[in-house]
Design a protein around this ligand. Structure first.
Ligand SMILES: NC(=O)c1ccc[n+]([C@@H]2O[C@H](COP(=O)([O-])OP(=O)(O)OC[C@H]3O[C@@H](n4cnc5c(N)ncnc54)[C@H](OP(=O)(O)O)[C@@H]3O)[C@@H](O)[C@H]2O)c1
Length: 319
């Protein structure tokens, strides 16, 4: 089978496609024929080993797990002798974190891992990224910020993987949603439910009189300090992009006043993630939550896919 390999940190050029033996599932694993795997900003950061403190988990000098990719969707081709939850032919999707990746034609997944039956009415392409964008955003909005009906929520990076799901989830939870993106994506962000959209190239939302109960910066382009004046008295600033100031502010901000919060969703326990995924399933089934896909590539084009994300102005890799 074909599999992508990333044996050192660096630019997309470090990604190579190689022919290897198909893996054999252990007694507690299922073998999934991968029909779609996601490639996201998180994957490109893992490829870069960036930020450096992430290497404590990923491998100090080179990736501990040379096969990249986290999200997957496909069909179970074989099951280990102890597997009771799934049968051959089941259509499944999910995510693996900190183990052999999903950018391959086949992958073995623990049957008690983050894997679920795919709703019939969504495609493999739509299912593969769910445990990146949607699972992260439900964790941030519901578990961290404790979103409530009627709250005002600002979503920065509203056109991205986390942002598009955040807009839809915040609307589902009954919030009034303002999205922040570039002019080219205003139509997209409105189409997925945002009440208002701010073009960050034209307007500085941090200078506005409008205040928000939750500011969710999905792309780490702002900071708690410069968003403090747009937070309500007990408002929460959340961002999935950790840096030293955010870490400091998270540790020092008061629980009762304006506060900053971060979480590494992929490092939560599997039972905790499964509870969140179970909450997403009916939303996916009823299309209250849809996946926005930017581009699709075949496996051999993995370097182009990473290059495309790197060119998105966010985290350009300096060779
Ligand atoms: N902590 C966690 O649990 C966790 C989990 C998953 C991902 N992450 C991290 O979350 C981050 C976002 O990931 P993603 O997959 O959502 O990224 P993405 O899909 O690449 O989204 C990037 C978005 O950023 C927007 N953007 C660029 N500059 C902006 C600015 N100045 N202001 C507002 N928006 C701007 C772009 O919008 P326009 O094109 O409209 O400009 C684009 O849509 C990554 O750093 C990833 O590693 C963290």
């Amino acid at each position: 089978m074909k599999s992508v390999f990333c044996t050192k940190y660096g630019s997309p050029k470090v990604l190579q496609v190689k022919e290897v033996n198909k893996p054999v599932p252990k007694p507690n694993e299922v073998l999934v024929k991968v029909y779609a795997a996601s490639v996201t900003a998180a994957d490109t950061m893992i490829r870069k080993g960036s930020p450096y403190f992430g290497r404590l988990f990923l491998g100090l000098l080179k990736p501990k797990n040379p096969v990249p990719g986290t999200g997957f969707s496909g069909e179970i081709e074989a099951i280990g002798e102890n597997v009771k939850q799934f049968i051959e032919g089941d259509q499944v999707f999910g995510e693996i974190v900190l183990s052999v990746g999903t950018n391959a034609e086949y992958v073995c997944i623990p049957a008690d891992g983050l894997i679920a039956k795919k709703p019939e009415n969504i495609s493999h392409h739509e299912a593969a990224p769910v445990c990146d964008g949607a699972l992260t955003s439900i964790n941030f909005l519901k578990e961290l910020a404790k979103i409530e009906k009627g709250q005002k929520v600002l979503i920065i990076g509203a056109s991205g993987s986390l942002g598009t799901t955040a807009v839809q989830l915040a609307k589902y939870f009954g919030a009034e949603v303002t999205g922040v993106c570039s002019a080219a994506n205003i139509g997209l962000v409105k189409s997925i439910g945002a009440d208002r959209v701010i073009d960050y190239t034209q307007d500085d939302f941090t200078k506005s009189d409008q205040t928000y109960d939750i500011v969710y910066d999905t792309v780490g382009k702002s900071s708690f300090s410069n968003c403090k004046n747009i937070l309500t008295k007990n408002g929460t600033y959340i961002s999935p992009v950790l840096d030293i100031p955010l870490l400091f502010q998270m540790l020092t901000s008061s629980k009762n006043g304006k506060k900053a919060q971060f979480d590494a969703t992929g490092l939560k326990s599997i039972p905790e993630l499964k509870v969140l995924l179970a909450e997403l399933l009916p939303l996916l089934e009823t299309r209250k939550l849809t996946t926005v896909i930017d581009k699709t590539y075949v496996l051999e084009e993995i370097a182009e896919a990473h290059q495309y994300i790197d060119s998105g102005l966010l985290f350009r890799y300096n060779e």
